[in-house]
Design a protein around this ligand. Structure first.
Ligand SMILES: [Zn+2]
Length: 354
Protein backbone atom coordinates (compact mmCIF):
# COMPACT_ATOMS: atom_id res chain seq x y z
CA UNK A 1 0.00 0.00 0.00
CA UNK A 2 1.13 3.51 -0.80
CA UNK A 3 0.84 6.45 1.58
CA UNK A 4 -0.67 9.49 -0.14
CA UNK A 5 2.57 11.49 -0.21
CA UNK A 6 4.37 8.56 -1.88
CA UNK A 7 1.51 8.25 -4.34
CA UNK A 8 1.96 11.95 -5.24
CA UNK A 9 5.71 11.51 -5.64
CA UNK A 10 5.23 8.49 -7.92
CA UNK A 11 2.56 9.96 -10.21
CA UNK A 12 3.91 10.42 -13.74
CA UNK A 13 4.64 14.11 -14.36
CA UNK A 14 5.55 16.76 -16.85
CA UNK A 15 7.11 20.05 -16.03
CA UNK A 16 6.39 23.16 -18.11
CA UNK A 17 8.10 25.86 -16.06
CA UNK A 18 11.71 24.96 -15.44
CA UNK A 19 14.70 27.23 -16.02
CA UNK A 20 17.54 25.26 -17.55
CA UNK A 21 20.29 26.78 -15.40
CA UNK A 22 18.34 25.76 -12.29
CA UNK A 23 18.55 22.06 -13.16
CA UNK A 24 22.17 22.21 -11.98
CA UNK A 25 22.73 20.26 -8.79
CA UNK A 26 23.99 22.22 -5.78
CA UNK A 27 27.13 20.05 -5.74
CA UNK A 28 27.92 20.83 -9.39
CA UNK A 29 27.20 24.53 -8.92
CA UNK A 30 29.66 24.68 -6.04
CA UNK A 31 32.33 22.59 -7.79
CA UNK A 32 32.11 24.53 -11.08
CA UNK A 33 32.28 27.82 -9.18
CA UNK A 34 35.44 26.51 -7.54
CA UNK A 35 36.91 25.37 -10.88
CA UNK A 36 36.29 28.72 -12.60
CA UNK A 37 37.03 30.93 -9.62
CA UNK A 38 33.47 32.30 -9.55
CA UNK A 39 32.89 33.73 -6.13
CA UNK A 40 29.80 32.49 -4.33
CA UNK A 41 28.59 34.34 -1.23
CA UNK A 42 29.00 31.05 0.66
CA UNK A 43 29.53 27.37 -0.15
CA UNK A 44 27.04 26.34 2.52
CA UNK A 45 23.87 25.39 0.58
CA UNK A 46 21.73 26.38 3.59
CA UNK A 47 22.87 29.97 3.23
CA UNK A 48 23.58 30.01 -0.48
CA UNK A 49 19.93 29.40 -1.24
CA UNK A 50 18.34 31.76 1.30
CA UNK A 51 16.79 34.88 -0.25
CA UNK A 52 14.75 37.80 0.93
CA UNK A 53 12.90 38.47 -2.32
CA UNK A 54 12.83 37.89 -6.06
CA UNK A 55 15.49 40.51 -6.80
CA UNK A 56 17.80 38.85 -4.24
CA UNK A 57 17.24 35.45 -5.83
CA UNK A 58 17.89 36.83 -9.32
CA UNK A 59 21.34 38.00 -8.23
CA UNK A 60 22.17 34.38 -7.32
CA UNK A 61 20.58 33.10 -10.52
CA UNK A 62 22.63 35.39 -12.72
CA UNK A 63 25.81 34.34 -10.89
CA UNK A 64 25.01 30.68 -11.54
CA UNK A 65 24.82 31.23 -15.30
CA UNK A 66 28.46 32.20 -14.97
CA UNK A 67 29.59 28.68 -14.02
CA UNK A 68 28.28 27.03 -17.21
CA UNK A 69 31.14 27.82 -19.56
CA UNK A 70 31.86 24.89 -21.85
CA UNK A 71 29.81 22.62 -24.09
CA UNK A 72 30.54 19.82 -21.68
CA UNK A 73 29.27 21.82 -18.69
CA UNK A 74 26.01 22.47 -20.54
CA UNK A 75 25.47 18.95 -21.93
CA UNK A 76 26.31 17.23 -18.64
CA UNK A 77 24.04 19.56 -16.68
CA UNK A 78 21.23 18.85 -19.17
CA UNK A 79 21.60 15.07 -18.95
CA UNK A 80 22.06 14.83 -15.19
CA UNK A 81 19.14 17.18 -14.56
CA UNK A 82 16.76 14.82 -16.35
CA UNK A 83 18.11 11.80 -14.52
CA UNK A 84 17.66 13.49 -11.14
CA UNK A 85 14.05 14.46 -11.95
CA UNK A 86 13.14 10.93 -13.05
CA UNK A 87 14.41 9.63 -9.71
CA UNK A 88 12.85 12.42 -7.64
CA UNK A 89 9.39 12.46 -9.19
CA UNK A 90 8.82 10.22 -12.23
CA UNK A 91 9.33 13.00 -14.77
CA UNK A 92 8.19 12.09 -18.31
CA UNK A 93 8.44 15.35 -20.24
CA UNK A 94 9.89 18.79 -19.57
CA UNK A 95 10.02 22.24 -21.12
CA UNK A 96 12.99 24.41 -20.30
CA UNK A 97 13.25 28.16 -20.26
CA UNK A 98 16.64 29.11 -21.72
CA UNK A 99 18.16 32.59 -21.69
CA UNK A 100 20.62 33.04 -24.58
CA UNK A 101 21.02 36.73 -23.65
CA UNK A 102 22.73 35.81 -20.34
CA UNK A 103 25.25 33.70 -22.23
CA UNK A 104 25.68 36.18 -25.09
CA UNK A 105 26.75 38.73 -22.49
CA UNK A 106 29.67 36.40 -21.72
CA UNK A 107 30.56 35.90 -25.39
CA UNK A 108 28.75 32.60 -26.00
CA UNK A 109 26.74 32.68 -29.23
CA UNK A 110 23.14 31.52 -29.65
CA UNK A 111 24.06 28.21 -31.33
CA UNK A 112 27.12 27.64 -29.19
CA UNK A 113 24.86 27.82 -26.13
CA UNK A 114 21.84 25.90 -27.42
CA UNK A 115 23.43 22.97 -29.24
CA UNK A 116 25.12 21.29 -26.26
CA UNK A 117 21.94 21.79 -24.20
CA UNK A 118 19.91 20.07 -26.93
CA UNK A 119 22.55 17.31 -27.28
CA UNK A 120 22.45 16.57 -23.55
CA UNK A 121 18.65 16.52 -23.46
CA UNK A 122 18.45 14.31 -26.56
CA UNK A 123 20.83 11.80 -24.95
CA UNK A 124 18.64 11.80 -21.85
CA UNK A 125 15.54 11.30 -24.00
CA UNK A 126 17.20 8.34 -25.69
CA UNK A 127 18.27 6.72 -22.42
CA UNK A 128 15.39 7.66 -20.12
CA UNK A 129 12.42 8.36 -22.43
CA UNK A 130 11.88 11.92 -21.18
CA UNK A 131 10.78 14.19 -24.03
CA UNK A 132 11.50 17.91 -24.05
CA UNK A 133 11.09 21.27 -25.77
CA UNK A 134 12.81 24.59 -25.25
CA UNK A 135 11.30 28.03 -24.61
CA UNK A 136 13.72 30.82 -25.48
CA UNK A 137 13.15 33.48 -22.85
CA UNK A 138 13.65 37.22 -23.08
CA UNK A 139 15.59 38.60 -20.14
CA UNK A 140 13.49 41.60 -19.09
CA UNK A 141 16.58 43.49 -17.95
CA UNK A 142 17.39 43.88 -21.64
CA UNK A 143 15.78 46.30 -24.08
CA UNK A 144 12.79 45.66 -26.33
CA UNK A 145 15.15 45.98 -29.30
CA UNK A 146 17.43 43.27 -27.93
CA UNK A 147 14.38 41.01 -27.53
CA UNK A 148 13.54 41.47 -31.22
CA UNK A 149 17.13 40.52 -32.11
CA UNK A 150 16.75 37.39 -29.98
CA UNK A 151 13.64 36.37 -31.92
CA UNK A 152 15.49 37.03 -35.18
CA UNK A 153 18.08 34.49 -34.01
CA UNK A 154 15.32 31.97 -33.26
CA UNK A 155 14.10 32.45 -36.82
CA UNK A 156 17.48 32.28 -38.55
CA UNK A 157 18.72 29.26 -36.52
CA UNK A 158 15.71 26.95 -36.29
CA UNK A 159 15.82 23.80 -34.15
CA UNK A 160 12.83 21.43 -33.98
CA UNK A 161 13.14 21.46 -30.17
CA UNK A 162 12.92 25.27 -29.87
CA UNK A 163 9.19 25.90 -30.06
CA UNK A 164 8.31 28.96 -28.01
CA UNK A 165 9.17 32.45 -26.81
CA UNK A 166 8.89 33.44 -23.15
CA UNK A 167 10.05 36.24 -20.86
CA UNK A 168 11.47 36.19 -17.34
CA UNK A 169 13.57 38.10 -14.84
CA UNK A 170 12.35 41.67 -14.14
CA UNK A 171 12.73 44.98 -15.96
CA UNK A 172 15.44 47.38 -14.71
CA UNK A 173 12.61 49.03 -12.70
CA UNK A 174 11.93 45.62 -11.06
CA UNK A 175 8.51 45.34 -12.73
CA UNK A 176 7.03 42.73 -15.04
CA UNK A 177 5.58 45.00 -17.75
CA UNK A 178 5.08 42.17 -20.29
CA UNK A 179 3.71 44.53 -22.96
CA UNK A 180 7.15 46.13 -23.32
CA UNK A 181 8.14 43.21 -25.57
CA UNK A 182 5.07 43.25 -27.85
CA UNK A 183 7.12 43.65 -31.04
CA UNK A 184 9.27 40.56 -30.28
CA UNK A 185 6.12 38.55 -29.50
CA UNK A 186 4.38 39.62 -32.71
CA UNK A 187 7.43 38.57 -34.72
CA UNK A 188 7.65 35.18 -32.98
CA UNK A 189 3.93 34.61 -33.49
CA UNK A 190 4.20 35.36 -37.22
CA UNK A 191 6.88 32.66 -37.43
CA UNK A 192 4.75 30.02 -35.72
CA UNK A 193 6.31 29.99 -32.24
CA UNK A 194 4.18 29.33 -29.18
CA UNK A 195 4.14 32.15 -26.61
CA UNK A 196 4.31 32.25 -22.83
CA UNK A 197 5.32 34.87 -20.24
CA UNK A 198 6.06 35.17 -16.54
CA UNK A 199 3.18 37.40 -15.40
CA UNK A 200 1.23 38.15 -12.23
CA UNK A 201 3.95 36.67 -10.02
CA UNK A 202 5.53 39.33 -7.84
CA UNK A 203 4.24 41.60 -5.08
CA UNK A 204 4.34 44.60 -7.44
CA UNK A 205 2.53 42.72 -10.23
CA UNK A 206 -1.21 42.72 -10.80
CA UNK A 207 -3.94 40.90 -12.69
CA UNK A 208 -3.44 43.58 -15.34
CA UNK A 209 0.00 42.07 -16.16
CA UNK A 210 -1.71 38.73 -16.82
CA UNK A 211 -4.37 40.47 -18.94
CA UNK A 212 -1.72 42.27 -21.00
CA UNK A 213 0.18 39.00 -21.59
CA UNK A 214 -3.05 37.35 -22.79
CA UNK A 215 -4.70 40.20 -24.73
CA UNK A 216 -1.72 42.21 -26.01
CA UNK A 217 0.97 39.54 -26.45
CA UNK A 218 -1.46 36.73 -27.27
CA UNK A 219 0.29 34.12 -25.09
CA UNK A 220 -0.99 30.56 -25.14
CA UNK A 221 0.27 29.88 -21.59
CA UNK A 222 1.09 31.88 -18.46
CA UNK A 223 4.00 31.23 -16.12
CA UNK A 224 2.87 31.86 -12.49
CA UNK A 225 -0.19 34.13 -12.97
CA UNK A 226 -1.20 34.18 -9.27
CA UNK A 227 -2.53 37.77 -9.37
CA UNK A 228 -5.21 36.71 -11.85
CA UNK A 229 -7.39 35.96 -8.81
CA UNK A 230 -7.72 39.71 -8.19
CA UNK A 231 -9.78 40.04 -11.40
CA UNK A 232 -12.80 37.69 -11.28
CA UNK A 233 -13.86 38.60 -14.84
CA UNK A 234 -10.43 37.55 -16.16
CA UNK A 235 -10.57 34.32 -14.11
CA UNK A 236 -13.94 33.50 -15.70
CA UNK A 237 -12.60 34.23 -19.19
CA UNK A 238 -9.43 32.14 -18.74
CA UNK A 239 -11.36 29.29 -17.11
CA UNK A 240 -13.69 29.25 -20.13
CA UNK A 241 -10.67 29.18 -22.47
CA UNK A 242 -8.73 26.74 -20.23
CA UNK A 243 -5.61 28.82 -20.77
CA UNK A 244 -2.78 26.86 -19.10
CA UNK A 245 -1.04 28.27 -16.01
CA UNK A 246 2.39 26.78 -15.22
CA UNK A 247 2.64 27.43 -11.46
CA UNK A 248 5.47 26.74 -9.02
CA UNK A 249 4.33 26.06 -5.42
CA UNK A 250 7.61 25.81 -3.50
CA UNK A 251 9.27 28.85 -5.08
CA UNK A 252 6.30 30.97 -3.93
CA UNK A 253 7.04 29.96 -0.36
CA UNK A 254 10.65 31.06 -0.74
CA UNK A 255 9.94 34.33 -2.54
CA UNK A 256 6.51 35.46 -1.38
CA UNK A 257 6.45 33.86 2.03
CA UNK A 258 3.01 32.41 1.25
CA UNK A 259 2.13 29.48 3.49
CA UNK A 260 1.57 26.22 1.66
CA UNK A 261 -2.03 25.65 2.76
CA UNK A 262 -5.48 25.35 1.14
CA UNK A 263 -5.78 29.15 1.08
CA UNK A 264 -2.71 29.47 -1.19
CA UNK A 265 -3.33 31.27 -4.47
CA UNK A 266 -2.42 28.17 -6.50
CA UNK A 267 -4.92 26.07 -4.51
CA UNK A 268 -7.57 28.74 -5.14
CA UNK A 269 -6.72 28.79 -8.86
CA UNK A 270 -7.20 25.00 -8.99
CA UNK A 271 -10.51 25.23 -7.13
CA UNK A 272 -11.62 28.04 -9.48
CA UNK A 273 -11.39 25.55 -12.36
CA UNK A 274 -8.39 27.15 -14.09
CA UNK A 275 -6.04 24.87 -16.06
CA UNK A 276 -3.16 24.61 -13.55
CA UNK A 277 -0.02 22.48 -13.70
CA UNK A 278 2.88 22.59 -11.23
CA UNK A 279 6.63 22.84 -11.82
CA UNK A 280 9.85 23.52 -9.93
CA UNK A 281 10.75 26.91 -11.51
CA UNK A 282 14.32 26.91 -10.15
CA UNK A 283 14.98 23.55 -8.51
CA UNK A 284 18.52 24.06 -7.25
CA UNK A 285 17.85 27.56 -5.91
CA UNK A 286 14.64 26.66 -4.09
CA UNK A 287 15.94 23.25 -3.02
CA UNK A 288 13.00 21.52 -4.59
CA UNK A 289 12.31 18.86 -7.22
CA UNK A 290 9.25 17.85 -9.21
CA UNK A 291 8.39 15.12 -6.70
CA UNK A 292 8.25 17.63 -3.85
CA UNK A 293 6.03 20.04 -5.80
CA UNK A 294 3.40 17.30 -5.62
CA UNK A 295 4.18 15.55 -2.32
CA UNK A 296 4.61 18.83 -0.40
CA UNK A 297 2.92 21.45 -2.58
CA UNK A 298 -0.28 19.73 -3.73
CA UNK A 299 -0.44 17.76 -0.47
CA UNK A 300 -0.41 20.95 1.61
CA UNK A 301 -2.96 22.60 -0.69
CA UNK A 302 -5.41 19.85 0.26
CA UNK A 303 -5.63 18.48 -3.28
CA UNK A 304 -6.97 14.91 -3.38
CA UNK A 305 -5.88 12.10 -5.73
CA UNK A 306 -8.41 13.03 -8.43
CA UNK A 307 -7.23 16.63 -8.27
CA UNK A 308 -3.55 15.64 -8.40
CA UNK A 309 -4.11 13.49 -11.48
CA UNK A 310 -5.93 16.42 -13.11
CA UNK A 311 -2.90 18.63 -12.38
CA UNK A 312 -0.59 16.01 -13.95
CA UNK A 313 -2.80 15.88 -17.05
CA UNK A 314 -2.93 19.70 -17.20
CA UNK A 315 0.84 19.47 -17.57
CA UNK A 316 0.22 17.62 -20.84
CA UNK A 317 -2.59 19.95 -22.03
CA UNK A 318 -0.38 23.00 -21.63
CA UNK A 319 2.71 21.51 -23.30
CA UNK A 320 4.04 22.92 -26.57
CA UNK A 321 4.79 19.52 -28.14
CA UNK A 322 2.73 18.06 -30.99
CA UNK A 323 -0.57 16.24 -30.53
CA UNK A 324 0.91 12.76 -31.18
CA UNK A 325 3.39 13.19 -28.34
CA UNK A 326 0.60 14.47 -26.08
CA UNK A 327 -1.55 11.44 -26.94
CA UNK A 328 1.32 9.09 -26.09
CA UNK A 329 1.91 10.87 -22.78
CA UNK A 330 -1.80 10.77 -21.88
CA UNK A 331 -2.02 7.03 -22.58
CA UNK A 332 1.08 6.33 -20.50
CA UNK A 333 -0.19 8.52 -17.64
CA UNK A 334 -3.62 6.86 -17.56
CA UNK A 335 -2.04 3.40 -17.43
CA UNK A 336 0.17 4.41 -14.52
CA UNK A 337 -2.73 6.11 -12.72
CA UNK A 338 -4.60 2.78 -12.75
CA UNK A 339 -1.67 0.94 -11.20
CA UNK A 340 -1.01 3.64 -8.59
CA UNK A 341 -4.71 3.99 -7.68
CA UNK A 342 -4.81 0.26 -6.97
CA UNK A 343 -1.93 0.65 -4.52
CA UNK A 344 -3.17 3.78 -2.74
CA UNK A 345 -3.92 3.26 0.94
CA UNK A 346 -7.69 3.23 1.48
CA UNK A 347 -8.91 6.49 2.98
CA UNK A 348 -5.65 8.29 2.13
CA UNK A 349 -6.20 11.97 1.53
CA UNK A 350 -4.45 15.28 1.49
CA UNK A 351 -3.39 17.26 4.56
CA UNK A 352 -6.57 19.24 5.00
CA UNK A 353 -9.83 19.28 3.06
CA UNK A 354 -9.97 22.16 0.59
ZN1 LIG B 1 10.23 31.08 -13.64
Amino acid sequence: MLAYRDYLRLLPKTELHCHFVSTLSAARLISLADRYGVELPTTDPEELFAYDDLADFLVAFRAATDVLRTSEDLATTAYDGVRAAVIAGNLRYREYGVNPQYFAARGMGYREFLEPVIDGLRAAERDLGVGFRLVVAINRRESAGSAVELVEQMISHPYPEVVALGQDDLTPENTEDPGRFAEAYALAKRHGFHLTAHAGETATASAEDVRVAVDVLGVDRIDHGYRVLDDPELVARLRERQLPFATTPLSTRALSGWALDPGHRIARMIRAGLNVSVSTDDGVFFRTDIGREYSEGLFSFGIDAEGAKAVALAGIDGAFCDSDEKARLRAAFHAEFLALDALLEPGAHAAAPA
